[in-house]
Ligand binder design. Structure first.
Ligand code: DGL
Length: 281
């Protein structure tokens, strides 16, 4: 069974892509709706909540967890992998959502940190829309810069957007927020259209159409869930120790730390079909 964790509904976009790619695997989705949004919390808070919820999934016997939250991945993943995971839960793995996006932009595998340089090296301009905490972590900027220093990354924090999505705000209100954030970023870039835009928060993929409409036509919008699904498929091919258990049959469970009925109602709207969240114990 594979665990998928996000602060709230955003990770459903990743889950949907993972199920599409690995339909026979069992998944358990955990949303920490009681503490969302993470993007406006302190780094220490995000770390503590992330570890707590990953442990919940490990205790349910998920040996592999996908951290389907950019904020948690940007702030907590490296730290928990270095200081906690191997001693507390040897043999378990946590994979994040930044790596596949950085690999796509830099066109080089994650572990090759040295810049490739020379003709053909990536030199695009990239716009990253993310939560305040992800932006201040500078994780996207730093990881891209190490591998592709010619790429120019412009970041735009989108405070309030996750809340509007989680609360099921009216479409027109969400659209106005998106239009405002895109306009601010374009202004910051001196009116030049970015070559690539990244929705660096899994919640934003739920409203990717609004970002598409607000961005210049020539900007390529990357879709993180598809990139994460490709990366997981590749990881599983290289790590047979995480192969499906014999009794896995494509089952999906939805768990929340929040109020299950309300979470299910909003989740269904975004997931595209009904989701029945149960309270986590
Ligand atoms: N969806 C998450 C992310 O990718 C977290 C958003 C939040 O809780 O602020 O950043």
């Amino acid at each position: 069974m594979i665990g998928v964790f996000d602060s709230g509904h955003g990770g459903l976009t990743v889950l949907r892509a993972l199920i599409g790619r690995l339909p026979r695997r069992d998944f358990v989705y955990l949303g920490d709706h009681a503490h969302a949004p993470y993007g406006e919390r302190s780094a220490e808070d995000v770390y503590r909540l992330t570890v707590e919820n990953i442990e919940r999934l490990f205790r349910m016997d998920c040996r592999l967890v996908v951290l389907a939250c950019n904020t948690a991945a940007a702030v907590a993943l490296r730290r928990l992998q270095r200081t906690w995971l191997d001693t507390a839960w040897p043999g378990r793995r946590v994979l994040g959502v930044l790596v596949p996006v950085v690999e796509e932009i830099t066109r080089q595998p994650w572990h090759e940190e040295a810049p490739r340089g020379g003709p053909g090296a990536p030199s695009e301009t990239v716009a990253v829309f993310a939560t305040l905490r992800t932006v201040t972590s500078r994780a996207y900027v730093g990881e891209i810069d190490k591998r592709a220093p010619e790429v120019r990354v412009f970041q735009q924090a989108c405070p309030g957007l996750v809340d509007a999505i989680e609360d099921g705000a009216a479409e027109a209100d969400i659209r106005a927020l998106v239009d405002g954030f895109v306009a601010t970023l374009l202004d910051h870039m001196g009116g030049v259209a970015p070559d690539i835009a990244v929705l660096g928060c899994t919640h934003y993929e739920l409203i990717a159409g609004m970002f598409r409409a607000a961005l210049p036509a020539r900007t390529q919008l990357l879709h993180q869930p598809g990139l994460v699904a490709d990366a997981l498929e590749d990881y599983l091919r290289r790590h047979p120790e995480f192969a499906a258990a014999p009794d896995e049959a494509g089952r999906v469970r939805f768990l929340t730390t929040g109020a299950a009925a309300a979470v299910s109602r909003i989740g269904g709207r975004f997931y595209g079909s009904a989701v029945d969240f149960q309270p986590v114990n």
